[in-house]
Design a protein around this ligand. Structure first.
Ligand code: URA
Length: 210
């Protein structure tokens, strides 16, 4: 992929996103909507994967039919909110391996602190899709992508539900080679690092915590 930022303007995505933003939407529906939007994000993030062909027989005739060629995929979920996107992406790419990066945000400095990292083998030969619903300051995403790069992976794409301009700028500055696919680019961050208008804390909305 080459474009740094892709916003999915599909009407179904925008409608579902509005339901997610609404503070009266309960956790179960919020999770389901994130799962559904993750399908669209996965299609867009994999749009340029290369194809080859193989010979198959349909009930009617033989044909040379397209199949994916080349690199295997790895999904990397940034805990904990990234897990809300995993199953949706795996619906589209069931054979992908899955890794996890655990980072929490220090509420004072807003800087990421790593507490867990487990990535699949052979990352240097994989395309990595890093998932986290909220690209806010960009600090956690940039740190997670640092870890993925340290594993030797060179083809990395970042998928999120919402992005703030500050997060996009930070990613552009730290990882200009990593394209971002999102459902919306919001206005700004507030002084606590939350996206405005946003949808609140994605992890809390998803899991009913507070
Ligand atoms: N993380 C969230 O869950 N929400 C925000 O608005 C910013 C970071």
């Amino acid at each position: 992929m080459s474009d740094h930022l892709t916003i999915i303007e599909h009407p179904l995505v925008q409608h579902k996103l509005t339901l997610m933003r609404d503070k009266s939407t309960p956790s179960a529906q919020f999770r389901q909507l994130l799962h559904e939007i993750s399908h669209f994000l996965a299609y867009e993030a994999t749009r340029d994967l290369t194809l080859t062909t193989k010979s198959i027989e349909t009930p009617m005739t033989e044909m040379e039919a397209p199949v994916l060629k080349g690199k295997k995929l790895a999904l990397v979920s940034i805990l904990r909110a990234g897990n809300g996107m995993l199953d949706g992406v795996l619906d589209c790419i069931p054979s992908a391996r899955v890794g996890f990066v655990g980072l929490y945000r220090d509420e004072e400095t807003l800087k990421p602190v790593q507490y867990y990292c487990k990535l699949p083998e052979g990352m240097e030969d994989r395309v990595a899709l890093v998932v986290d619903p909220m690209l806010a300051t960009g600090n956690s995403s940039a740190a997670a992508i640092d870890l993925v790069k340290q594993s030797g992976c060179r083809d990395i794409r970042f998928m999120c539900l919402l992005a703030a301009p500050e997060g996009v700028a930070r990613m552009h500055e730290t990882h200009p080679d990593v394209p971002i696919v999102t459902a919306a680019l919001d206005k700004r961050l507030n002084d606590k690092g939350y996206i405005v208008p946003g949808l609140g804390d994605a992890g809390d909305r998803m899991f009913g915590t507070k």
